[in-house]
Design a protein around this ligand. Sequence first.
Ligand code: NAD
Length: 495
Amino acid sequence: TMSEPVSLTLPNGQTVQVPTGLFINNEFHPSSSNETFPILNPATGEHLLDFHAATEEDVDKAVAAARKAFKTVWGRNVAATERARLLNNLADLMESDPLLPLLESVNGGKGVRIAREADLADSVACLRYYAGLADKPNGSTIGAFGTEKFIYTVQDPIGVCGQIIPWNYPLLMWAWKIGPAIAAGCTVVMKPSELTPLSATYACKLIKEAGFPPGVINTVNGTGAVTGNAIASHMDIDKVAFTGSVVTGRRISVAAAQSNLKKVTLELGGKSPSLVFNSANVDEAAEWLALGIWFNSGQDCCAGSRLYVQSGIYDKVIEALVKKAKQSAIGNPADEATSFGPLISAAQRDKVLGYIEGAKKEGAKIATGGKPWAESKGFYVEPTIIQDVNSDMTCVKEEIFGPVISVGKFETEEEALELANNTSYGLAAAVFTSDAKQSMRVAHALEAGTVWVNSYALLHVQAPFGGYKMSGIGRELGVEGLAAYQQTKSVHHSL
Ligand code: NAD
């Protein structure tokens, strides 16, 4: 049986047909239990539509499809140039699809322009980068050993990969996972977040159009507890790649270890620090700091959520940042001008407001924001600055995953580094200074997988991305991102 597309009316009045089924073997299927789950428009709180929820049995079917494809048409049976060609086809189809950014916006709450110019554009660039990398030589010659033997290596694809992604960048996280896995020759069972399945499920249509053989990329929507857990604990999945919270990352590690010891890579949370020294350009720093904490309404794993400012410019930096907060383009995501949208859910909004209340009780001061945005019924929280924090406060220790920055003061470089590294996370960090020796010293001493100097939030598809400490295991993007889907075989050839 097939699952038929469903009508969806977008905020611009346009009615479109979108798939809501499980994508297995290049066809959309209903759930074997007929169970569904709803998705909402976070800007209004209104119900959008219902998606099919994959049971364990459905995950088994998707894995069987992926295994069969791996053994027959993919894996070692497909030329790298062909994998590159299909990835490029997919990138072209996505780039010219006007609907994708609208779907990303209505489900994720991002401004449509951002969804188009950042999320979609970066997703397309990621697929193209890995298409380009797919057919580059990647084995090595170890050499001849006298007249007895010759040794070389080949890079084999790992196999069937489960991929579990979060709701903050539904399409971009999808591309970061699909691109390297497919380029390496793996097949995929993808699980988008149950809050944001719309764009990734729609993209399945384009996967088929691009010419991928059935079973190479499968998509199973559903909850973490059922569908996600079925992937993490599956006996015939060779690797699971996960992006999301530390709590879930740990569960997935345990499930992987207790099933078939599948390989695991994790991209987890962060509590990323920014250090601003007296010599920094205050206005430029404020510009980057604002982007670092308020892009995607703060729902960003590398959000710059802890700010430490040297005492000489502490008041000036707060003043400049308050000004930036008040200039935020908060609004309806359907408007081109909106860059600051709602949080993903009522639960997320309430969690963020809870952290703000907690900070007040612990004695911190709210410099600006701190409330839901009064002009909408959606899940908005205003851009918020908490000042005069100390290291014991909950808002400084825990990831808030909302538009809330906590600001504290320091005197010396040594003290700044101690404050910055005083966390179990290590995803990203930033340093602002006009002293080039200082920026190098500090960049090298910061315990984080990505460090920005006099900037924030910029990622590059060629630069590896991932966490120190509890922010993750492994790297995505760059050549390392491809290697995460390969395993090395040494061939000892007797002569
Ligand atoms: P989450 O961990 O709750 O969910 C992420 C995904 O895991 C979802 O698809 C969910 O259904 C699934 N899941 C939940 N429980 C599961 C289980 N027991 N077994 C298998 N899968 C399960 O995270 P979220 O709330 O969607 O996303 C927010 C978190 O993600 C934040 O903590 C943020 O820091 C992190 N994040 C990290 C990065 C990064 O690159 N490091 C990027 C984006 C988000």
